[in-house]
Design a binder for this molecule. Structure first.
Ligand SMILES: C[S@@+](CC[C@H](N)C(=O)[O-])C[C@H]1O[C@@H](n2cnc3c(N)ncnc32)[C@H](O)[C@@H]1O
Length: 195
């Protein structure tokens, strides 16, 4: 779903960039994120700050997709050489070939997608056997608290419990091999497509 105007602006706040770089990305590095020389897809790339962080490891290719064209325009303004972006729905990654990506990355977007299980199935489709999926998401209870504090206006049914997310990822055929979880708050994971 599209972000509310308040959340859209919040995504460009310096505090968001600080958390993105020093917590979310750092935890992925701790979980073994290494995109050097890899073909990378970032789903829900937002304004491209994740792309900037991933560019530091020099992937062979990077493509970022997001539902909101406003986000894609911001991401394209970063002018990262060799990086491409396009507007796309995570539940229908049309045009992205099956098993074409070495690494798929998600920084906190599945909780915005009512049919988030379909997005997980698309990750499983586009990542190659042996390829990796790094993702982090808040627990549903934090989203409710966040909305009370910041009025970001998530859909009342937005999100999931972290346990539900973990089960859905495993059921989709991606084995979780690493995790860093703050129970009932935030989970970061590394999963692998075995076949
Ligand atoms: C909370 S923001 C996070 C953006 C970015 N990953 C970051 O960490 O700054 C969630 C993003 O998911 C995108 N989004 C929501 N639903 C989507 C969908 N169905 N397909 C692709 N992107 C989606 C939104 O447009 C938004 O940019």
């Amino acid at each position: 779903m599209r972000l509310s105007q308040a959340e859209f602006e919040g995504m460009s706040h310096p505090a968001r960039r600080f958390f993105h770089r020093h917590v979310e990305h750092r935890v992925f590095l701790w979980l073994g994120l290494d995109v050097a020389g890899k073909n990378v897809l970032e789903i829900g790339c937002g304004n491209g700050y994740g792309a900037l962080l991933l560019s530091e490891q020099r992937p062979a290719s990077y493509h970022g997709v997001d539902l909101m064209t406003e986000q894609i325009e911001l991401a394209q303004r970063r002018e990262l050489p060799g990086f491409s972006f396009s507007a796309m729905d995570a539940t229908h990654l049309d045009g992205i070939e099956s098993a074409s990506k070495d690494v798929v990355v998600i920084f906190g977007i599945l909780h915005h997608i009512p049919a988030w299980r379909d997005a997980v199935a698309e990750v499983r489709r586009v990542v190659r056997p042996g390829g990796l999926f790094f993702f982090e998401e808040p627990d549903r209870r934090v989203i409710a608290l966040w909305d009370r504090c910041f009025d970001w206006g998530h859909h009342p049914d937005a999100g999931f419990r972290l346990g539900e997310l973990e089960a859905a990822v495993e059921e989709a055929g991606l084995s979780i091999e690493g995790r860093r979880v703050l129970p009932q708050v935030l989970g970061s994971y590394r999963a692998c497509r075995s076949q």
